[in-house]
Unconditional design. Sequence first.
Length: 275
Amino acid sequence: MHEPADAVEMRAALLRLRRTTGLPVAFGGLLHDARRLRIAELSGAATGALRGLGICAGNGLGGKSIALSRPCAVTDYRSARHISHEYDAAVATEGLRSVLAVPVVVRRKVRGVLYGALREPTTMGDRTFDAAVAAARDVEQALVVRDEVQRLLAAAREPVAGPGAWEEVREAHGELRALAPRIVDQALRETLLSVCGRLATAAGGRPREHRVTLTPRELDVLACVAAGSTNSAAAERLGLKPETVKGYLRSAMRKLGAHTRLEAVVAARRARLLP
């Protein structure tokens, strides 16, 4: 069974946080409604006391971070005066003292919290805070991509009516192809590419008897070109160098027997490689 993409991204961010800071413990989770978070991922924990703990906005250190939408920290959790202490038992069981909490914020909305902790009451420096913020940004970017993927998947499943709607389908196809390589979760990436395949063949018509085979990257580049992107724009969209994009485009054109970018796009559509 594939893990949810959220779990994969959160676990990877917590591991990076520990590796870059040397913090022995990191944990976190995403909000399942506007004011409540559940700690789902632990890294370096000695017990399971924190797993599944529900954090309400305003309560404890993480709840304070949710409410204020900014990083918060305490040098000694058990004696901290500026937080409430609903979660002292779990924190004490894990033996945590110095703790920081960083919110994961997407479009001005808190979507989760990452924690880092020490087992002694020590003030954490700027380097640790910066690393924690960077780890939270990684999760934020993953959530932005996931949200966009879900939006495009929903749009792709809607019935298409009229020739004008095909331009929207083609634009969605290009965006989906560009997003796919950035998806960490394999199941979601495969679903995304499957939808791309359905979009490419949805226009109907008879495919060529001897169908051309393009590599995934050649198809990514051609999808960007079909959406009107220049080589530079395609490179930025796909995270490649412009020279690399040119190479993929030349290769695709050669396979398709095309002499221009437009001919390549037309040939790819006739071969039902693009919608």
